[in-house]
Structures are given as C-alpha cells and as structure tokens.
Design a protein around this ligand. Structure first.
Ligand code: IMP
Ligand code: MG
Length: 179
C-alpha cells in the first residue's frame, strides 16, 4: 500500500542519483589508495552508503564499513542544535583513512560532530561525503569533500530519509507536498 506516493514530488530520480554516485566513487577512489573505512551516519544515509560502497567496489576499492547512529533531529523537522551518539562505532579509527557518509548536510552540526569525534580518536585522514547539501542553512562552518547534489530549501524524504519514520523506502529523493 502506498497511499501517499502521489503526495510526494520527485526531486532526484533513481537514475540521476545512480549516475552521480558513480562519479563520486571515481573521485573518492582517485584521492588515495590507502585502505578506506566508510562510516555511514545512520539512519538517513543507509541507502546512499549501500549504493556508494558498491560503486566504490566498481571503482577498484575494497572499503571496510562501520556505522554510527547520530541524532540531531528529534521528532520535529527542526534541528535541536545538540548531537547525540545513539550508537557508536565498533572500529578503532586511529590511523585510519575514514570517509564519513551522511544523507544531508544542513546546519553542519551532525557532520562537524562526527568529524571532530573521529579526528579526536586519531584518524589519519577524515573525508566527508553527503548525498545532499543544503548550503544556505549552515550554522557551523563545514563543507563536504564530496557531494552528490545541492538541495533546495525544502524538507526532503526518500532514498533512506524520513519524516516521522516514513518514506525511507522510496527509491527517489522527493518532497512531501502538503495538501
Ligand atoms: P545538520 O546537523 O543540521 O547538518 O543536519 C543534518 C541531518 O538532519 C541529516 O543527516 C538528516 O538526518 C537531517 N535532515 C536535515 N534536513 C532534512 C530533510 O530535509 N529531510 C530529512 N532529514 C533531514
Ligand atoms: Mg542524518
């Protein structure tokens, strides 16, 4: 049942997303031959990360993968400002080349927090990769090393991203049109 599918306007369709990920994977593979640890920041990045690591494989890399669940959004669609670790990494990142993967870079607090954390734990190199960049809403100064798309100033869902735990399963990035 997908009663709400027609209330969501597609912004980035599956083929556009796939094409960008292939390009990003090539760029990431070109940066270094050092063994890479991909850290997917959950929950929102899980679909993006799953596609990205397979594109990295096609680009000739064999990344390790770990996960970290961070929360800056409570139930609302407005950032609370604070970032909590809901689930930490299992991997020791000291000396590692780490690629942090997130769905959206908005205020920047989530990615800056993750970057600081992994750096403080002694990572040799920390790079960041986001699916979407909402550049106009930055609160802390951070830019992603790799990004798939600039995102319009609307609340987006799909391709792993949710509103109130819904719509993560959609194969595209879209925005909910309230009627
Ligand atoms: P930041 O800490 O403000 O950069 O927030 C980034 C996080 O907020 C992302 O990882 C998302 O989980 C969430 N987020 C920001 N904008 C949206 C949106 O439009 N849809 C869904 N989640 C969002
Ligand atoms: Mg997130």
């Amino acid at each position: 049942m997908s009663p709400d599918a027609d209330h969501i306007e597609v912004i980035y369709p599956p083929d556009k997303i796939a094409a960008r990920i292939e390009v990003l994977a090539g760029q990431i593979a070109a940066t270094s031959t050092a063994p890479l640890l991909v850290v997917a920041i959950l929950k929102g990045s899980f679909v993006f990360a799953a596609d990205l690591i397979r594109a990295l494989h096609r680009a000739g890399l064999a990344p390790e993968v770990d996960f970290m669940t961070l929360s800056s959004y409570r139930k609302s669609t407005r950032s609370s400002g604070a970032v909590d670790i809901l689930r930490d990494l299992e991997t020791d990142v000291s000396g590692r080349h780490v690629l942090l993967v997130d769905d959206i870079l908005e205020s920047g607090r989530t990615l800056a927090f993750a970057k600081d954390l992994v750096s403080a734990r002694g990572a040799a190199r920390v790079m960041t990769c986001v699916l979407l960049d909402k550049g106009a809403r930055r609160a802390v100064q951070i830019a992603a090393d790799f990004k798939a798309f600039d995102c319009p100033e609307v609340f987006v869902v799909g391709y792993g991203m949710d509103v109130g735990h819904r719509y993560r399963e959609l194969p595209f990035v879209g925005h909910v049109v309230h009627r």
